[in-house]
Design a protein around this ligand. Sequence first.
Ligand code: ADP
Ligand code: MG
Length: 413
Amino acid sequence: LESGDDLALQRLHALFGFRAFRGVQRNVIDRVLAGQSTLAVMPTGAGKSLTYQLPATMLDGTCIVISPLIALMHDQLRSAEANGIRAATLTSVDENRAETVARLRAGDLDLLYVAPERASQSHFRELLSQCRISLFAIDEAHCVSEWGHDFRPDYRLLRPLMDQFPQLPRLALTATADAHTRADILTQLGIPEEGMIVAGFDRPNIRYAIGTRDGLTQQLRRLLAANPGPGIVYAQTRAATERLAEALSDGKREVRAYHAGLAPDVRAANQSAFVGSEDMVMCATVAFGMGIDKPDVRFVAHAGLPKSIEGYYQETGRAGRDGDPASAHLFWGADDFARARMRVQEVDETRQQGERTRLSALGALVETAGCRRAILLRHFGETPPETCGNCDNCLEPPKALDATVTAQKYLSA
Ligand code: ADP
Ligand code: MG
């Protein structure tokens, strides 16, 4: 419907103040408005909330939002209300439950946030059957899958509830994109395969470069010389972060270390110095960066192999959040793979296959002569163009494969 299209855009501006939809938001919203169940896999920060909040204001009735954490729910509630959306939470800590139920019955709510365990309560099911419901939105939908990283058995109670309302669309949302988990979410929540939308993982302003370690300190010094802006160097161990910080300090540019073993006041001081700096380099373990909002990080370097492609994506994703050019550099060695393989042997047998798969995906990424971005995006289920024009291999195609160091050799042994 043409006019419907315009309505969504008008609402976007009127409610949220945004001029345009981002990425696949529009596709997701159009499906929901057409009553089609959907699984949207979009990275953190891509704007998943809006894909149910906006339809909730356009559809007749209340959208039931399932969210795993009360704190998360209250955050969402505040931001929805700030945008003029009629919303409430129904949780054990809310003292105004009677009022919320009354508003639900009166059709005075666009959104009702509940925890998954409520779905199993028969009086809640009965309540819903007496009200006008428009849509089920399942946030953090990977919690429904044992394959996911955060399985919540209560999420399994959602299917029986939703099956009582077969005519209502379901919108499942997650940033966790592993193929197994996605297939499982579809099955567990009763969403058709063609209802899956995966997108938004590309970070076009990040230039990826991956090479072998060969005099790491010198390599990093050259990197720092070529990249004057703020940067993060990820090292494998706490000791390595301190060693590198010392080796890279040249008296001009500030280089500090960050890891969980530092005294809390030192850690806090280093972090806030970094956030306020225009050229500081932080040598850190992967603990650094979570929850740090610094949009102008210009480069991220890995001094060794990351844990997984997901980890690499997350860590490199801390560069260039402002959209300006940024770069990601990974220095790996065959010994990284040897060590990783040893670790795989130490884990629980049930997890070994998964760990092996993770490791060989990393092997493919570091060893490819083709586009790095294509490998990343395919890993997350997107269909990339053949070449991206902004990774080492696309900018300078390798002449011949380096046969002296091969990760695959270590993987197959
Ligand atoms: P997610 O749940 O996918 O991690 P959120 O829904 O929390 O992401 O949204 C992240 C941020 O993006 C929010 O500040 C939100 O207001 C903003 N945002 C969402 N959609 C748009 C848009 N179309 N244009 C601009 N900003 C947007
Ligand atoms: Mg979210």
